[in-house]
Design a protein around this ligand. Structure first.
Ligand code: FAD
Ligand code: NAD
Length: 462
């Protein structure tokens, strides 16, 4: 039994907690998989590197309407894949070596294996070499993340998840994606831009159905033009057949494909941890219950990121890691996590970005709101791009002009939303935001200025 001041489970966002201020602490960090976690190895970073490449590959398809004829001659898949992972894999290896061997980490012991609790702040690690290590600690941070779900009916079928699909040996001719959320929207864009025929299966009738209904409807309409979208037909099973995979569908038919990508959501890794032994409670979806300081229900145990957060977003995990870091270092002056205005973006084509309440949520909550919507087609740079489908929609309190939500679908949505997140975070009202600063003309952010001015506020226009 080895005792530590601090044990951290998971090297994704959990790894960022340690800095020089922990130099005097005896720390253990436990990792069962690839050092660096999901975002670095199989999540945000590689997907966006593929998305950027896909944006380039899909340019010829939209250039013709501007009078420029481009041609996509080839996608050198193996080269794209190796460029991306040739950059990522050394970072994961370097991060592991740094923690294991660098003199900055003389106080840190890396345990490579799967941790589970055996009692309050007591853990057993099943190490990769088959042995076990028993640890106790004054404090434990659970940063164990989440994993992709594969429904029972597809578990035995030949399939990929986001963990594996980015490392294919070669591009398939046809790909069927089960799911209509973030992962489906991003990979459909990536692989179809590279020339793969994409079919998407869903059960909710729409893509990105958690977005504001206007955004989801527009994305679904555009998805239908680009992919074989069957938003109300999903898979009941699948099996290998000569020359491919046969997928049986809920409407009684079947389709043939070359690759099946399952993208139906993620579950927290809390079930691997024997949390009852530690007195750590989980909610009905298996997320670790935390208070606003990220403390769990067990004394001396904190949690952060996907294992406890329903947002399942890296910027949320990073924020929570900073909160936990502070609260470990300054237990008498704890800070709280700020989950008021958590944004997200879907890096598909078109991009989608959102912060705050959707119109449906505002209505359900009974808050008074007005909306302002403006099309890219209504601003000068939108003309330059000949965009006919994108728009920004903002929601505000009509009495104060304070923003309640913002939703954008179209080019650079993930970038365009940032000033709106800033306005909401710092309490800047829509009128002051629109009229209290210059907006570079003719630039894409004029879309935001115009959406803000379209809000029918109770306040007089002066
Ligand atoms: C395809 C994809 C694309 C994404 N794109 C984005 C994006 O663009 N933007 C964004 O904000 N978010 C994105 N996300 C979500 C983002 O990756 C996650 O929210 C984030 O990585 C969660 O970080 P974490 O530290 O909570 O968990 P993780 O990074 O998953 O780290 C947890 C670590 O704990 C280890 N572990 C688990 N259980 C144990 C155990 N019992 N013992 C030892 N080790 C254990 C795991 O092996 C893992 O390495 C994406 C996710 C996916 C799947
Ligand atoms: N850009 C980003 O920030 C980004 C990108 C990728 C992933 N992520 C994170 O990863 C998480 C997982 O993404 P995801 O796309 O797997 O999940 P998701 O929750 O976004 O979408 C899954 C979808 O699959 C549908 N579904 C569930 N079971 C199904 C079935 N049997 N058949 C057909 N459809 C089914 C659900 O209705 C849902 O719409 C997300 O919650 C997100 O936070 C973020």
């Amino acid at each position: 039994m080895t005792h530590f001041d601090l044990v951290i489970i998971g090297t994704g966002s959990g790894n960022s907690i340690l800095d020089k201020r922990f130099a005097g602490w005896r720390v253990a960090i436990v990792e069962k998989g690839t050092f660096g976690g999901v975002c670095l190895n199989v999540g945000c970073i590689p997907t966006k590197m593929f998305v950027h490449t896909a944006d380039l590959a899909s340019t010829p398809a939209s250039a013709g309407k501007l009078g420029v004829d481009l041609e996509l001659r080839d996608v050198r898949w193996a080269e794209v894949r190796d460029r991306i992972f040739g950059r990522i894999d050394p970072i994961a290896r370097g991060g592991r070596e740094y923690r294991r061997t660098h003199r900055d980490n003389e106080n840190v012991t890396v345990f490579e294996g799967t941790a589970r609790f055996t009692g309050p702040r007591a853990l057993r690690v099943d190490l990769a070499d088959g042995s076990t290590a028993d640890l106790t600690a004054d404090r434990v941070v659970i940063a164990a993340g989440s994993r992709a779900v594969v429904p029972d009916e597809l578990a035995d079928a030949p399939h990929h998840t986001s963990d594996t699909v980015m490392r294919l040996d070669e591009l398939p001719r046809r790909m069927t994606i089960v799911g209509t959320g973030f992962v489906a929207a991003e990979f459909a864009h990536v692989f179809s831009s590279f020339g793969v025929d994409v079919t998407i299966l869903g059960r909710s009738g729409a893509m990105l159905r958690h977005e504001d209904a206007d955004i989801s409807a527009r994305f679904t309409e555009l998805a239908r033009e680009r992919w074989d979208l069957r938003a109300s037909t999903t898979a009941t099973g699948a099996r290998a057949v000569d020359g491919g995979i046969r997928v049986d569908l809920t409407d009684g038919t079947s389709l043939e494909t070359d690759l099946l990508l399952v993208a139906v959501g993620r579950v927290p890794n809390s079930d691997l941890l024997d949390l009852p032994a530690a007195g750590v409670e989980v909610d009905p979806t298996g997320h670790v219950v935390v208070d606003d300081t990220q403390a769990t229900t067990a004394r001396g145990v904190w949690a952060l990121g996907d294992v406890s957060s329903h947002y399942e977003l890296k910027h949320v995990a990073n924020h929570e890691a900073r909160v936990v870091q502070h609260n470990l270092l300054h237990p008498d002056e704890p800070v709280t996590a700020d989950h008021r205005f958590v944004p997200h973006a879907v890096f598909s084509s078109p991009q989608v970005a959102s912060v705050g309440l959707t119109e449906e949520q505002a209505r359900a909550a009974g808050v008074r709101y007005v909306t302002g919507t403006r099309d890219y087609a209504g601003i000068a740079y939108g003309w330059a791009m000949e965009d006919t489908t994108g728009f920004a929609k903002v929601l505000a309190d009509p009495a104060t002009g304070l923003l309640l939500g913002a939703h954008i679908i179209g080019p650079q949505a993930a970038t365009l939303i940032q000033p709106l997140i800033q306005a909401m975070s710092f309490g800047l009202d829509a009128r002051s935001m629109a009229r209290g600063q210059y907006w570079i003309h003719p630039s894409v952010p004029e879309l935001i200025e115009n959406a803000l001015l379209a809000l029918p506020l109770d306040l007089p226009l002066d």
